[in-house]
Design a protein around this ligand. Structure first.
Ligand code: BMA
Length: 285
């Protein structure tokens, strides 16, 4: 179990929508609920969301890495996930009210694309999706717009991977959905350092304009979170920390970040939104 989306339900329950990779290697999603977000997890006895390759052939090789956003306009949760098709991984959308039944919209970004999440409300009439298409050798974060969650366009480069020796050179992607703060959209993103020793997935911070998320306000220079514990360095894919979700306490500051550790387990890190913003202030270009 790894790479879980997360949400705080109205009654205070933390729900994780976990990626479960079965022994064939194919993934499905399974919900786990906890009253305090730390322990006492109650895991659905049956898979919560299975690939439906009969109706959605793009899910043939499984569904992975959900990111959840509550959409107040629709009073529904949007689950954006990777659908692993014969043509490669693409981005799919489903809506749910209860994490028991899901209304699928199918593929909204064709392969190769992943690391996607929706902003919670329309800006100037459009829904906005952040995603990560792959072009030759390099992968950057993009934004796309839609009037109805079905038709997507106005594809715009949002933030580029750096080059050379940087920790976030060549390949970056959104990690959990952006965090709305008075200063802007706080984005936790991953950078993948590729070396002879393999890849290291680390996390960094960036801030985008609330009214125009195409506008980058700040970007950290240093990474803020990196594999260091043994369960982060060793597993199916070592040296990976990969958050897909968080919950924020009623104080709007204390944040629980749920992340996949080494593609093997789910771990929890806590922080404060204010502390991350302070760090960005100090460390940005
Ligand atoms: C990324 C995603 C994640 C995975 C990570 C490390 O590309 O596919 O699902 O956790 O690689 O293997």
């Amino acid at each position: 179990m790894f790479n879980a989306g997360a949400v705080l339900l109205a009654d205070g329950t933390t729900l994780l929508l976990c990626r479960v990779e079965d022994r064939r290697g194919l993934s499905h999603l399974c919900a786990a609920r906890s009253a305090n977000g730390i322990d006492g997890w109650v895991i659905d006895r049956e898979p919560t969301m299975l690939p439906d390759s009969g109706n959605f052939p793009e899910e043939t090789w499984g569904i992975e890495d959900p990111r959840i956003t509550f959409l107040p306009e629709l009073k529904k949760f949007a689950v954006i996930y990777t659908a692993y098709s014969h043509g490669g991984p693409g981005v799919s959308l489903a809506l749910t009210e209860d994490f028991r039944t899901f209304e699928r919209f199918g593929v909204i970004m064709p392969p190769e694309d992943k690391d996607a999440a929706l902003l919670p409300y329309r800006i100037d009439g459009n829904w906005i999706l952040i995603h990560r298409p792959v072009s030759t050798l390099r992968a950057h974060m993009w934004l796309s717009y839609s009037p109805d969650l079905k038709n997507w366009g106005r594809h715009t480069l949002m933030m580029e991977a750096r080059k050379g020796a940087w920790w976030d050179a060549n390949k970056i992607g959104l990690s959990p959905p952006p965090i709305e703060t008075p200063q802007g959209w706080l984005v936790i993103y991953h950078g993948v350092k590729q070396s002879c020793g393999g890849c290291i997935y680390r996390l960094g911070l960036a801030l985008f304009d609330l009214d125009n998320p195409e506008r980058l306000l700040k970007r950290c220079n240093e990474w803020v979170f990196s594999p260091e514990e043994s369960y982060e360095q060793h597993g199916d894919v070592g040296n990976v920390v990969f958050p897909c979700g968080y919950t924020i306490a009623p104080d709007r500051d204390t944040i629980n970040i749920y992340y996949g550790a080494a593609d093997t387990s789910i771990a929890l890190a806590t922080s404060n939104v204010s502390e991350m913003l302070r760090w960005l202030e100090k460390d940005s270009e």
